[in-house]
Write a protein that binds this ligand. Structure first.
Ligand SMILES: Nc1ncnc2c1ncn2[C@@H]1O[C@H](COP(=O)(O)OP(=O)(O)OP(=O)(O)O)[C@@H](O)[C@H]1O
Ligand SMILES: [Mg+2]
Length: 185
């Protein structure tokens, strides 16, 4: 389902006016099969977010190959995007003046879901993350945890083959986090 061959990412970096290179990923090999749940563990700066961003086609690798659901992240980004649901931090990832429901309508439409399908799907995913009652609240008026839950709801919308999650339960209270781990994935 996910295959990495010698995946490498080098970012340009400037330290004290010196141009350096930051090797965030160094020749990573990894194979993840359908049905498997894999967690990436490592200290801050280890490259976990970089790896997820490459798999989501948001960052280009410097060398090596990465395939998601058989699609090459560099040569077939559209195929990859249709196969993945991404849950990543980013308070900027939603429209602040739109309600939670309107945000999901917008992103669902971008994912190619028609209005009728979308209406039912939105109710389903809002219920799944426990946000039904907040559906008409503007994003900017939501708590950190509610924003995180909306992030998860958005990734569930098009029922993707692969979920990519970067710290999906940080900022969520322990009971809700436990509930999320037990029931969604
Ligand atoms: N856009 C960027 N430009 C330059 N360097 C970057 C960029 N993004 C990440 N890096 C560097 O790459 C390294 C890996 O960062 P990354 O965010 O992938 O780590 P992480 O494992 O997700 O860390 P954390 O646990 O803190 O979230 C870090 O040294 C970081 O400074
Ligand atoms: Mg990170």
């Amino acid at each position: 389902m996910i295959q990495l061959n010698r995946l490498t990412k080098v970012y340009p970096a400037t330290v004290n006016k010196n141009r350096l290179k930051m090797r965030a990923l160094d020749s990573v090999d990894l194979e993840i099969n359908p049905g498997e749940v894999v967690g990436l563990l490592g200290p801050n700066g280890a490259g976990k977010t970089t790896l997820i961003r490459i798999l989501a086609t948001l960052v280009l690798p410097t060398a090596g190959d990465a395939y998601v659901a058989g699609f090459d992240v560099v040569k077939q980004p559209r195929g990859v995007r249709s196969a993945v649901g991404l849950v990543a931090g980013g308070e900027r990832a939603f429209y602040w003046r739109l309600s939670l429901k309107n945000n999901l309508e917008f992103f669902g439409a971008l994912q190619g879901l028609g209005p009728h399908v979308l209406r039912d799907r939105i109710e389903e995913v809002l219920a799944r993350v426990g946000l039904q009652e907040g559906r008409n609240l503007k994003f900017m008026k939501c708590s950190t945890g509610m924003r995180k839950k909306l992030n998860i709801a958005r990734a569930l919308l098009n029922d993707p083959l692969v979920y990519l999650m970067d710290e999906p339960t940080s900022g969520i209270d322990p009971l809700s986090a436990k509930d999320i781990r037990n029931s969604y994935f």
